[in-house]
Design a binder for this molecule. Sequence first.
Ligand SMILES: [Zn+2]
Length: 400
Amino acid sequence: MSTADVRGPAPGSTATLRTTNTRRVLDVLRTAGGAPDDTDATVLTQAELARVTGLAPATVSNIIRELGTVGLVTTEPGGGRRGTVVRLSSEAGVVAGVDFGHSHVAVAIGDLTGRLLHERRGRLPSVHQHEEGLRFADALLDELLAEAGIERSSVRTVGLGLPAPISDRVVRSAAILPGWVGVDAMEACEQTFGVPVCVENDANLGALAEHRNGVARGHDSSVFVKISSGVGSGIIIDNQLFQGNGGAAGEIGHLTLDENGPVCRCGSRGCLEAYASVATILGMMKAQLPDATLDDVVAAAHAGNVSAQRSIEDAGRHLGWGLASVVNLLNPALVVVGGDMARAGELLLESVRRELRRHVLDAVAGTPVLLSELGERASLVGAVLLAAERTELLELTELD
Ligand SMILES: [Zn+2]
């Protein structure tokens, strides 16, 4: 399920206003000051909460009481002249995040504030049926919980990322996860994990994670582009993930760069993905460095191999063209480059920035292009954040 499906009551109802206000309080508590790992970051007084949210002190007081009854926040008297101190509770259970890649799955446990506590990765056959992948992830989660001494029954919600367009809960593309196509991902996942699951595209999760805990923190808008086996993006507008009508927004990999280019898996021609994915770089270097991994090609480029340098620069050049369209269209505060390809670092980014500047309007030419801060963990961090948010929403629905 995408987050858009759990936005709560009908617009205009009293419940909507209450839910909106409650979410504002929770958002402030979650993001107030400090680094994500700073345990004091989520501590504010009720008076401070009223000031930051712009809500009346009595409204904040009511919201905090309600959140306290469902265990989402705890309160205690502040020292000295400080009023009641409020913090997000991390003890009312845990959430899990699961991130599927082309040939790996990563699993994490987080607290209800969305802070990642434990994580583990395992390898998957690149061609697997979805049931097999889910069983594997479920077993990995069991191992992780056992090691952390956490009961399985404490898991409230699972956030799950897939490297494919997901429209109305159904996986739509055959190229990266053939064993998942046409599957109602949310239903399949809920059967496996036995708790509510929210399913989201992995680039969208990366965008959410960089927005909340990474390099895009503090910016209202950003575009996160994930370049691994495929190329996708997640878009944050007004501090919210923009999902489009059915949840499939952000498929930057299928922007047409050359209508006479190679036929793409999507049926179009000359898509960005054909020029900028990891597979493209490995393909270009096949004659010189057979069986090389991306890390081998990056190392060769750093060691002065001009062909390796050229292959990465070319990928960056095409990426810059594609991103120029996105930047002209959306004018985001910044662009974040993540996924496996981010390991090429400045080698890639220099050519992305150069081409971006050449193809955007002056008004947006200063848009920064930065490397992902969370690296290969971005989607997993996002999955945990999404699961924590979903748990909150389920609790809020109970309140209504
Ligand atoms: Zn395509």
